[in-house]
Write a protein that binds this ligand. Sequence first.
Ligand code: AMP
Ligand code: MG
Length: 491
Amino acid sequence: MTVHFPFQNSYSALPDSFFARVAPTPVAAPRLIKLNRPLAVQLGLDPDVLETPEGAEILAGKTVPAGADPIAMAYAGHQFGQFVPQLGDGRAVLLGEVIDKDGIRRDIQLKGSGPTPFSRRGDGRAALGPVLREYIVSEAMFALGIPTTRSLAAVVTGEHVIRETALPGAVLTRVASSHIRVGTFQFFAVRRDTDAIRRLADHVIARHYPELLGAERPYHALLGGVVARQADLVARWLLVGFIHGVMNTDNSSISGETIDYGPCAFMDAYNPSQVFSSIDEMGRYAYANQPRIALWNLTRLAECLLPLFSDDQEKAVAEAQDILGAFSDTFSDAYQAGLRKKIGLFTERDGDDALIQDLLDAMAKNQADFTLTFRKLGDAAGDPAADDARAQFMDPAAFDEWARRWHERTALEPQTAAERQAAMHAVNPMFIPRNHRVEAVIQAAVNDDDYTPFEEFVKVLAKPFEGQPDYAAYADPPLPEQRVLQTFCGT
Ligand code: AMP
Ligand code: MG
């Protein structure tokens, strides 16, 4: 059996300055540890064949499949506010693109597949821990209904990577609607290559915003489209307690997918200023800062597009500002609408925003678990005697006062208790990839070569909104001694 990838590559047909042609570097002894079978089918790949040794060799970068046109993509980026004119895929290779079962073009990329011309001082490799983290969290995000890159496979390479210590090496097969980033535009903007910016913008419109083909001002519309998708994306992050951790412009996707799962984490207790990433010393990418940062990144994108807007710089800037101005309302509308759903409101009334804000304030003050408070609030909607939401608050009286107002508000709507509970359970997950669980799963794999906890965790997270009583412990917040205070990029 040979592995057939139905590649239809388009990015590698763009001008040479967009990428470097480079094959993955073969590894010693690839072993498949996880194949995402449903995703393989979605991509038109045969999961049984991918699970053969030959499949593992492809997923480890040891063999290049027919039809692949392997490239490392060029990009620049602002890292923690500092501009770096050349970053690029330093440890990833895009094998090519396939059209999935829904007709959507998807990149298939190997991450950790060896050095490229963009590697700088890096080894081009990935360690097993971060590969498993990305697999777990990206697939959890998908199950939560949040736009994201996905994980097709993880393989161990049979080689070690040297970080603080020697660690098992691994390769993740990442699937994205594309890997084009704000930083991809910046790469050409800093080189004053307006033709390349136009080529890239045209490629992006055709690929991600086909509804804008034929728009009167397509590049303005493109900026508006990215603004809308990023605003919606960040709202969704906040609504599940997700902290990306490293929202650099090179980690900001033009398609509006969550990309680059490094030191990301979900918060347990609600804390708007929560930061996990060890390298985010100033809290630039703290939970509640994420909308502001998304807008900052979009402003960098707008700067790249100015030459396409108008030859009159002042006019171009004014138009860009106008488009960026939509971010705030788009974000707030999505965020507030999401919060109304989280507390089970079917309609919108004066006072709702205050009701919601008072709950969030009480949660922050009382270190209430973000996920469980909303999930258990759904139980309380179904049965007023259910008091697990109350139990999340250090001072349960703070909840009682709020709950009285909430019951008064919900009583104004005709829905039954059961209807309200069902609607709330459909938006408030029971299961998120809690950090202490992610760490425990990684430890079992790295230290004991035991993937049973990983498998079980991935299975539970695939149905985040279902009760799954057999796996109830996965919903529990960490005990004080289990709390993970910091996450690491691990690159
Ligand atoms: P990241 O922090 O993963 O978003 O990566 C930032 C930049 O560093 C990108 O250009 C990566 O390709 C590059 N990079 C990260 N890790 C490595 C590595 N181990 N070897 C080479 N380049 C890397
Ligand atoms: Mg990155």
